[in-house]
Design a binder for this molecule. Sequence first.
Ligand code: GLU
Length: 309
Amino acid sequence: MACRDNEELQRFVEEAKKVAKDGKVASYIPALAKADQTDLSVAVYHVSNTCHSAGDVDKRFTLQSISKVLALAFVLSEEGPKKVFQFVGQEPTGDPFNSMIKLETASPNKPLNPMINAGALAVTSLIRGATPQDQLNRLIGFIRELANDKSITYCKETAASEFETSMINRAMCYYMKQYHIIRGNVEEVMDVYTKQCAIMMNSLDLAKIACVFSLDGRHPETGKQILSKDVARICKTFMVTCGMYNASGEFAINIGIPAKSGVSGGIMGAAPYDFGIGIFGPALDEKGNSIAGIKLLELMSEKYEMSIF
Ligand code: GLU
């Protein structure tokens, strides 16, 4: 169960905001360094198609790693798990999201899971399309359907900022190309990936998308089955095992819902058959998760039984 009271949610936000000063906004993508450290917003989208929210829920932010779940859902829907898992594994790494160490030590050389950068790059390279623009448009079309919002687009400035500076991701792509995990042109994969990561929305859209996963792929607003139950299940399982970087185990114990975070400070959580939650708080803890966002979820889970375990 989750909060159904805007005022209570607002109190949680005020309390959680206090820890934002202990975090840092991401700066390795220069455009993200402009974020306001003190921002915190939350939306809870119930499966009954009602919503509660607090903070500046109109503020948009880029998805960053949260896009990995959505790209995975899209590619799994198109290609099926058998093909996708030829290129990316299903195991947590315990390493930071941009680590490349296991690319060399794991056997076979495929990335260990689709929630780390290497795995996400491999997944993005599988999106169908004649051109990178076509691939991106198809992914954005899918995300618009998930959010039931035709206005969703990406932030050109953030995408360019990452494209120009993202040398570790490029290096991993070239490494994977050597081993035929990535088959396309690396610069084109980087182009789609950085734009995918820069797709923007607000916490309300994010909560609604999360709710689609909570409902095994059915849209809470339109009733349409957008994902198969199986694809939703696979995505939620990855969210539990590796969605919160190398703090996923701790998060599973303390909060206990499938969730994915991104370095822009977003968190998407999906409590099965109950609610989806979207949070934006750009100050990050040392693992890369929104510090105030995690605090907010802790406060909520102290009051409500949220854990699926
Ligand atoms: N675009 C970011 C990167 O590839 C996403 C990382 C994240 O949010 O974890 O570095």
